[in-house]
Design a protein around this ligand. Structure first.
Ligand code: FES
Ligand code: FES
Length: 148
């Protein structure tokens, strides 16, 4: 199986139904992407697959064979991702930080599709949970990107 992760190509001999999250963390050692619920609920495991936000805990690796995957480790190589990270830092969004790589990936996918999303677009895209309740700071960071 061929995976392209953060611009690097990997040939992997793994089970077809292995979750993408496991492959990213255990096979490739990219531990910035987090495991939360394992049920496609919390969004901690969000990565980009061809620019779209995907919950990697429920994504069989076989379904992304040949696709371009971006994790938090390389998000700043993307012009939009770099703007999102900069806004997250400026607004000091993270508290414990556990959910934040997923939040940043979800926001990056949102802005890659539309640099001026309306409230509905934001609500649809930003469904990741944050146990620390950083939602207000996330909203401020997102608003600042729209205005930038
Ligand atoms: S760990 Fe994937 S959505 Fe929660
Ligand atoms: S910053 Fe702690 S869970 Fe979101």
């Amino acid at each position: 199986m061929k995976l392209i992760v953060n611009g690097e190509q990997h040939e992997l001999d793994i089970e077809q139904d292995a979750p993408l999250l496991w492959v990213i963390r255990e096979e490739l050692g990219l531990t910035g992407t987090k495991y939360g619920c394992g049920l496609a609920q919390c969004g901690a495991c969000t990565v980009l697959v061809d620019g779209m936000a995907v919950r990697s805990c429920v994504t069989p690796v076989s379904s992304v064979d040949g696709a371009s995957i971006t994790t938090i480790e390389a998000v700043e190589q993307d012009e939009v991702g770099a703007r999102v990270v900069e806004a997250w830092v400026r607004h000091q969004v993270p508290q414990c930080g556990y959910c934040q790589s997923g939040q940043v990936m979800a926001a990056t996918a949102l802005f890659k599709q539309n640099m001026n999303p309306d409230e509905t677009d934001v609500q649809v895209a930003m469904t990741n949970y944050c146990r620390c309740g950083t939602y207000n700071a996330i909203s401020e960071a997102i608003a600042s990107i729209k205005e930038a």
